[in-house]
Design a protein around this ligand. Structure first.
Ligand code: NDP
Length: 330
């Protein structure tokens, strides 16, 4: 019998309006950067996605290059859409991106019209979709005129390949420029995807959050758990099945004695709040309502379950925020 999602899946998740658009996104979204490539069993990918949807996570974030190998996360998610989420497409917000290296030669990365449109077509094919809900320029291209990148995004929407567009990791200045160009083209920027966590505050220092607020653009912040550092998993060493141990994107050098001391202190603050460190880290990026959604990753369904409970304790006292700053600010 086909899998049925939980009947009560919309009861506890919070849905936030994305900037000044008509779209609401779950306060917590799931990204498929790691743990959805050919190195992970399909059953595990299915279990993570089912758990997320059961808990009201309607937004799944992908990119052309997620794997390994590049493209394999989209292929795996396509299978999940066909076999598990069949019949639920209209309850889902699916995003993909192009910007990083995807295929050999001069047309396989960055921000040209040639690359963005052909990559979007490849992503749709891998996922078996007619359209994605959001398509992103994954990074600013210093060599391609921003007008070209933006008009390719506009064309992607006008041709029915995507419903909305986003930009990722653009700084505040480039964001303002892209927002103005796309507004003129008639395809407003829906959302920006920057990194943000207690340990990585560039979006505050650069003024990006202010820029987005003024422009009415939403935000989905990636790596709110600093790739797992802001969880309890590294407090007593580096577990074998962790991202840091597997030679992936999290360098074990970050987990030096001084940093782990700070993580232990942050964990103690979280415990006092009655939360896990992961839950506090997610609540922290969502504090004050400036961020639309926290974009987490997970290597098992239990982690999604743990993270979603962040919403049970969203507020911070001034004392808690100050104590966090002592241990989290570089
Ligand atoms: P996180 O900071 O949420 O890190 C996720 C990792 O943290 C998991 O893989 C797991 O590590 C660990 N973890 C998660 N929940 C728990 C928990 N409750 N308890 C203990 N450990 C936990 O985010 P990611 O770095 O994975 O990024 C999230 C998404 O953001 C990506 O999938 C992608 O969609 C997007 N992204 C976008 C980028 C861009 O340039 N636009 C760049 C990077 C990410 P472990 O695997 O060790 O168990």
């Amino acid at each position: 019998m086909a899998w049925q999602p939980a009947q009560n899946r919309y009861e506890t998740m919070k849905y936030n309006r994305c900037g000044q658009s008509g779209l609401k996104l779950p306060a917590i979204s799931l990204g498929l950067w790691h743990n959805f490539g050919d190195d992970t069993a399909h059953e595990r990918k299915v279990a993570i996605c089912r758990k997320a949807f059961d808990l009201g996570i309607t937004h799944f974030d992908l990119a052309n290059n997620y794997g390994p190998k590049p493209g394999s996360a989209e292929t795996a998610f396509g299978q999940i859409l066909r076999e598990d989420f069949r019949g639920y497409r209209d309850e889902l917000i699916i995003s993909s991106k192009a910007g990083y290296n995807m295929w050999p030669g001069p047309y396989g990365e960055w921000g040209s019209r040639k690359y963005l449109i052909s990559s979007c077509d490849q992503s749709l094919k891998r996922m078996g979709l007619d359209y994605v809900d959001i398509f992103y320029s994954h990074r600013f291209d210093p060599e391609t005129p921003l007008e070209e990148t933006c008009s390719a995004l506009d064309q992607i929407v006008r041709s029915g390949r995507a419903l909305y567009v986003g930009i990722s990791s653009y700084n505040s200045r480039r964001t303002s420029e892209a927002v103005a160009i796309l507004k003129q083209l008639g395809t407003p920027v829906l959302i920006h995807q920057p990194s943000y966590s207690m340990l990585n505050r560039w979006v505050e220092e650069d003024g990006l959050l202010d820029t987005l607020e003024e422009a009415g653009v939403g935000s989905i912040v990636f790596s709110p758990l600093a790739q797992g550092m802001l969880t309890s998993k590294y407090l007593g060493g580096i577990p074998e099945d962790s991202r840091a141990a597997q030679g992936k994107s999290l360098r074990p050098a970050f987990l030096n004695e001084k940093n782990v001391e700070n993580l232990r202190a942050l964990n103690a603050i979280a415990e006092k709040r009655g939360q896990t460190l992961a839950q506090m880290a997610i609540a922290w990026v969502l504090r004050g309502g400036r961020v639309t959604t926290a974009l987490i990753g997970a290597s098992r369904p239990e982690q999604v379950e743990d993270c979603v409970k962040a919403l049970e304790r969203p507020d911070f006292t001034a004392e808690e925020l100050a104590a966090i700053d002592v241990h989290a600010k570089e």
